[in-house]
Structure formats: structure tokens, C-alpha cells
Design a protein around this ligand. Structure first.
Ligand SMILES: [Zn+2]
Length: 246
């Protein structure tokens, strides 16, 4: 296997892959959530684990390719975005070595983020991937996943031209919606989340699913407070994102 990117320092093939179905038009970022990079890399090559990614980025910025971009890697699992369910077929997956929430969610090292940015830019220069389809694993699987987490610097990626981003609206006091609330304003919030791409049924009831989707939204777009409560800052940020997409 030949690397797809000149930034790859080593190829470590994973057997966990298959044929793509449909076009490639998404980029999904993950953290490994394991104690060490080596353990995570070994797992992504273990046939019994049945998981993989196209790329793996070490803490020091070294980049390994595991699956050819033309092939379907097994990183997203069950998920949904903007009407699509077979996200592995549509996406390139990058695993970023990081201990995750279980490891206390430390900041990502600068060298690692620089490498992730360089790799994303390289991929986006070669592939037709719209900005709003550069996503967190948590965006596409809000009830199952929380990676790459609220310390992942999406703003720095946006500064480098990667992904879709607006400055988060400042957090202020005022009306908010939380689990158990119902009515038209909740319906409107759900409709906006669904319009942006999240798997969010429009029921008018702020249930556990809605709280999980709002939490995922905050992890990506309003990182200062991740609590699943739709405050004015969260709603304004979502509205600004949708407006900026047109
Ligand atoms: Zn993941």
C-alpha cells in the first residue's frame, strides 16, 4: 500500500477495511481514548477488534496511514449525518492519539494539532469535502460517542481553513431549555439541529436524545460549557452556523 499523503511517515496496514459504497465527502475526527498510542494503534490493526481508521496521529505529530483512502475504514460505527447512515463509506477517518475523557481530557499537544491541521488540509485539497462535513465522531453518534472532545481546538482548524465554524455567542443569563421542557420553542430548536445535520427527531419534547445532541453540538461549537442545556448562547451559535452555511 502506498500512502495517499506525503505527510505520512509510516504505513501500518489494518485488515479492518472493505469496499466503499457511494461518494467520499466527509471527514470525521476521533480521539483514541486509550492509555497509550501504541495500545491504540495495535487495536486498530487487530482483526478481532474490527475497527480501523485511514490515519493515526501520534502526540508528537507523526502520521501513520492504515487504510487506503479509496477503501472503507471502520471508524464511525452506527451513526447519522444529514440523511446518511453509512458514514464509513462516505468518510475519511482520522484517529488522534489521546487519553480522552476517561484520562481526564488533557489539552492536545501543539505538535499533534499542527499535524492534524496539515493532514486535513492535504486531504481537503485532494477531495471534495464541504466544510460542514468535517465533523466530530460525537456529532454523528451523540448518544454513543464524545470524541474528540471539548478540548479539541476546532477554532484553530477553522483558522487554517478546515471545517465550519462561527465564533460562539457569549454565555449570558436568560431563558434556556433543558430536559423535560416541551413546546414550540423546543420544536424549533430540534428543527434547527436536524436542519444542520444532526439526527434529531422534531417532537417538541426536550428528552434525553435532545440533551445528547445539544451536548454534542456544544462539544464542537460552544465548548465553554458542555451541559446539554440549550441556553441563548447555544441557540444563537446554532442559528449563526446555519446562516453561515448558505
Ligand atoms: Zn471515535
Amino acid at each position: 500500500m502506498r500512502p495517499d499523503s506525503g505527510l505520512v511517515s509510516e504505513v501500518v496496514p489494518s485488515p479492518n477495511q472493505g469496499e466503499r459504497v457511494g461518494p467520499l465527502d466527509m471527514l470525521i475526527l476521533h480521539y483514541t481514548g486509550m492509555p497509550t498510542a501504541q495500545v491504540a494503534l495495535a487495536r486498530l490493526c487487530d482483526p478481532a477488534a474490527e475497527v480501523s481508521a485511514h490515519y493515526f496521529v501520534f502526540e508528537d505529530g507523526r502520521i501513520v496511514q492504515m487504510v487506503d483512502e479509496e477503501r472503507r475504514a471502520w471508524h464511525a460505527g452506527r451513526g447519522f449525518w444529514d440523511g446518511e447512515r453509512d458514514l464509513n463509506s462516505r468518510s475519511i477517518g482520522i484517529e488522534i492519539a489521546h487519553v480522552g475523557h476517561d484520562g481526564g481530557l488533557p489539552p492536545y499537544p501543539d505538535a499533534q494539532i499542527a499535524a492534524v491541521i496539515a493532514l486535513c488540509r492535504d486531504i481537503l485539497a485532494r477531495r471534495k469535502i464541504p466544510p460542514q462535513r468535517v465533523l466530530a465522531h460525537s456529532d454523528v453518534a451523540p448518544e454513543r460517542k464524545e470524541d474528540p472532545g471539548e478540548v479539541f481546538p476546532w477554532d484553530k482548524l477553522a483558522d487554517a481553513g478546515i471545517g465550519h465554524h462561527v465564533p460562539p455567542a457569549p454565555i449570558r443569563d436568560g431563558r434556556f431549555f433543558a430536559q423535560g421542557d416541551q413546546g414550540q420553542p423546543v420544536e424549533a430548536l430540534q428543527a434547527m439541529l436536524a436542519l444542520y445535520g444532526y439526527e434529531q427527531p422534531v417532537t417538541g419534547l426536550y428528552d434525553a436524545r435532545t440533551a445528547a445532541v445539544v451536548t454534542a453540538f456544544q462539544r464542537h461549537f460552544r465548548q465553554a460549557r458542555v451541559d446539554g442545556v440549550a441556553d441563548a448562547s447555544t441557540i444563537t451559535t446554532l442559528r449563526d452556523l446555519i446562516a453561515a452555511r448558505r
